[in-house]
Design a protein around this ligand. Sequence first.
Ligand code: GAP
Length: 471
Amino acid sequence: MPDTIQPSLDEIVSLAKRRGFAYQTSAIYGGLANSYDFGPLGVELLRNIKNEWWNEFINKRPDMVGIDSQILLHPQTWVASGHVGSFNDPLVDDVVTKKRYRADHLIEEWVENQNAKGDTKWINFNIEELSLKEMAKFIQENEILSPDGNKVTDPKSFNLLFETSIGNIADEKTKVYLRGETAQGIFTNFRQVLDSTRVQIPFGIGQIGKSFRNEITTGQFVFRTFELEQAEIEYFFNPKNQDWHELLEKWKEQMMNFVVNNLGVRNENLRWRRHSDIERSFYSKDTYDLDYNYSFGWKELWGVAYRTDYDLKQHMEYSGQSLAYRDPHTDEVFVPHVVEPALGIGRAFLMVLTDAYFNDKEKNRIVLKLKPSLAPYKVAVFPLVKNKPEIVSRAEKLYSILSSKFSCTWDSRGNIGKRYLYQDEIGTPFCVTVDYESLEDEQVTVRNRDTAIQERVSIEKLESYIISMLK
Ligand code: GAP
């Protein structure tokens, strides 16, 4: 499959900063690693992505419900889930500078360099298949050094959970963790959802929220962050009635459809990858990643795992509470199994920006060809000039009508050409200009983002025109 030429990460980061999609966090203090704030445009795009997901997977489906659990959960949750013991990355230290690096990333970089030099021995190398010991051996045998050119220690496991403490008694603090995945809030609420709603197996519980991971890798923009937003589903089923392979395949299809149809991403930039036995998380029996062709290579966007009954059983053991389900038709009592599609919203955001970015060299413009439903603004309204009160007030009236139907923006600064270029860069599908003639003929100029074609449309028919074009 030929890879399409993607914009560079620098181009995306620069557009994001220039136009208010995402900024470095605490920039006035020099920034904070792996942390980004979403600006006025970014917050709209992010919300549109989340709304698409929520509508598609929660609102439209009779077999799904949503929850919103806390970031701080009872600390036993993470002992039971296995995260305290096994949620680790392999890290090495530079023996001189003491800087930390991901061992797997150093090895991958080294292998990529060998490939680039034409050494075909490494073409099928897969880092995910190496254990900690094998990584140590690989680093020694190939004399892999840190980016500063120094030797590194053998890799050690480093836990990704962020710790903090709570407590209102002086000197007595309880250690708690910022959640490492939203999924555990779903498992720990399973009984309460069952008891308070009319759901029946098979059904799913979804939630969108922040998780936290102490990631040491830097420089991939919002792809890998300390604070990450996840949209996760635990889909509960009875393995006696439903084949998990089939269910996994069905979810894979739904995930792919969502990315292509709801997020408007090109098919050729997406592919599935199955996890090897070593790579797969401790809780999973089978896992696939939906990878996107990011500027820095094919990387995981969305994972789907068959988590079996691992989590519910662990929580039963640690809490002493039953999380079994009684089938109302057969009276069978069993612990449900789950298939879990887990999406990173930041990664979806970066994918959508990358896929929509278009450098229109012919017309000397950057266009963000976002799916209109995702665009921060659907319509920009311009008065042709700002010193003619009749034009401005007609445009204001139009803005007030249109903004009650669509998300709109207003611009009266600079010349029309510059305003178009700005709206192209932020992905606004339509620009509507009120000019001198509009005062006479009740028509406006509508300019299409993708084609740059301008049409005269009657103000009376404008709303239905935009609706038909947004479809
Ligand atoms: N509950 C399963 C789970 O958390 P995961 O593969 O570790 O699985 C799910 O995470 C998704 O969360 C990933 O597919 C990715 O999109 C996103 N994600 C994971 N770590 C991330 C990070 N440090 N920064 C941004 N997104 C991340």
